[in-house]
Design a protein around this ligand. Structure first.
Ligand code: MSP
Length: 494
């Protein structure tokens, strides 16, 4: 079984902030989850590097677009490395391979009559890199971001989007492409108002892919960028890889770019006669002081601080635990700290420390041998089943809630059974069972907090491969286990 997952390509006019990190961590968590289920996973992410916005940003900084795109795309890569993003390919839209695919697709659509030449008259928002309808022609501002827009009038190629109105309505009504479900109506209402053909070239933008036409244009940045989902897995140059992974199983986007992904993107796919993505999930925004966190709002929260102060995994954990994935959430350090202290320090860290201390003191660092309590075996199985369903629906926070059922049970079990008491005849069985339960927590939590789980496995004296696959949940370890070196992983924060 294969699993192809993508994130949007991030613009290189800003350095990675919490918003970009959110989508990427979610994609990483899911990619890891499917790898642990033994799927053949392809995880694609990267940077969107053409267009007027990037050109103007470079100009303002007094550098060339190439210098800007090289610098910022490396910053994205470094950040993803720091937070353990396990992508299979990081694509840049300025790569030769991608550029060739965009030209070929353009040519293909031109030859099929899906593109035609006309004249674009209207408004353009550089910030959104989007052609827009404005309400007031006197003082034209973008309906999405409220910035002044430019009036343009130029010859242009158009894509026959209007042709796909009915097909798109049907796709959205009948398939699972739009997720979460509550977004469906919004998109359908928009389509039902009528779709117009969209311009796919720019006459006066220099920083873009050149159109394969006699008279030269640059290809519209969104048309270029969307095609990365095809070029990223070899469309038109590596058929074997393409056939293996197409169509995408999950595409993650923020709710700010739904129209491009639910309307323009599937229409291009129809025009190319390819199967549609199975699911495109639009998540909510992290907000701060009632506004979306973004460079332009000046309320950026950088991941760096949280990584330094709390660690990579607590940061990953918080992003996916705190807010249901489709909804908006307020990012604050207060909430972060609360979550960190209660879930990671109290529940998880303490459970591990108490258990390892006991094994060390009572049994000289060797796990005693006995049978595992049925209740923990059964609960593990039940939790995995529900957790798995939640993860498949991208309900990350609910997935973690399922894991916490086992976490809470184990803490309580340890309290009640009190294996540290001298006269306790069941101490061995209790310890063996709790150990088994913790091992299962490490497997279940691994997609969220991989580094922590690997470190903890070492502390338990287990090999990494023992927590590699969900299949291992059933495995009862055999032989004498000597626990590893102990250390405190989560320190309480005041
Ligand atoms: N380049 C386009 C996407 C092209 S995809 C073919 C773009 N880039 S972007 O840099 O603006 O990044 C947009 C994505 O970043 C959003 O869709 C979302 O996934 C993420 N986020 C940026 N700010 C965000 C928040 N404040 N909160 C959550 N995610 C947001 O649009």
């Amino acid at each position: 079984m294969k699993f192809y997952i993508t994130t949007p390509l991030y613009y290189v006019n800003a350095e990675p902030h919490i918003g970009h990190t959110y989508t990427t961590v979610a994609a990483d968590c899911l990619a890891r989850f499917y790898r642990m289920k033994d799927y053949d996973v392809f995880f694609l992410t990267g940077t969107d590097e053409h267009g007027q916005k990037i050109y103007e940003t470079a100009e303002k900084e007094g550098i060339s677009p190439v210098e800007l795109t090289d610098r910022v795309s490396s910053i994205f890569k470094e950040m993803w490395k720091k937070i353990n993003i396990s992508y299979d390919r990081f694509i840049r839209t300025t790569e030769k391979e991608h550029e060739e695919v965009v030209k070929k697709v353009f040519k293909k659509l031109l030859d099929k009559g899906e593109l035609y030449k006309g004249e674009y008259k209207g408004f353009y928002c550089v910030h959104c890199e989007s052609y827009v309808n404005v309400e007031e022609a006197k003082n034209p501002v973008c309906p999405d971001c409220n910035r002044p827009v430019k009036e343009i009038s130029e010859p242009s190629y158009f894509f026959k989007l209007s042709l796909y109105q009915k097909q798109l309505e049907e796709l959205i009504e009948k398939s699972d492409i739009v997720k979460p479900d509550f977004r469906k109506n919004e998109i359908l209402n928009f389509i039902k108002k009528g779709l117009i053909d969209i311009s796919v070239t720019r006459k006066n933008v220099v920083w873009g892919i050149e159109s394969p036409t006699e008279e030269k244009y640059t290809i519209y940045v969104w048309f270029d960028a969307l095609l990365n989902y095809l070029s990223g897995i070899g469309y038109l140059y590596d058929d074997q890889t393409f056939q293996k992974y197409w169509p995408p199983d999950v595409q993650l986007i923020g709710k700010d770019i739904m129209r491009f992904h639910y309307i323009v993107w599937p229409a291009i796919i129809f025009a190319l006669n390819l199967p549609q993505p199975k699911k495109i999930f639009a998540h909510g925004w992290w907000i701060s002081g009632k506004e979306k966190i973004s460079k332009s709002k000046g309320n950026i929260i950088s991941p760096e601080y949280y990584i330094k102060e709390y660690g990579v995994d607590p940061f990953r954990f918080f992003l996916l635990r705190e807010v249901p994935f489709g909804l908006d959430g307020e990012f604050s350090e207060e909430n972060f700290k609360k979550r960190y202290n209660s879930d990671l320090v109290n529940d998880f860290g303490n459970l591990l420390n108490r258990s390892l201390n006991l094994i060390e003191k009572k049994w000289n660092g060797f796990l005693p041998e006995d049978e595992i309590d049925e209740s923990i075996i059964n609960l593990s199985e039940e939790v995995y089943k529900k957790y798995s369903e939640k993860m498949e629906n991208l309900s990350f926070s609910e997935g973690i809630e399922e894991i916490w059922k086992l976490m809470i049970y184990l803490n309580k079990y340890l309290d009640e059974k009190a294996p540290w008491r001298e006269d306790n005849e069941n101490a061995k069985k209790t310890m063996v069972s709790v150990f088994y339960g913790i091992r299962n927590l490490l497997i279940l939590l691994r997609p969220f907090i991989p580094e922590t789980c690997e470190k903890m496995a070492e502390m338990l004296g287990l090999e990494r491969k023992e927590i590699d696959k969900f299949e291992n949940l059933k495995v009862k370890y055999t032989g004498r286990i000597k626990i590893g070196k102990r250390e405190i992983i989560f320190y309480r924060k005041k």
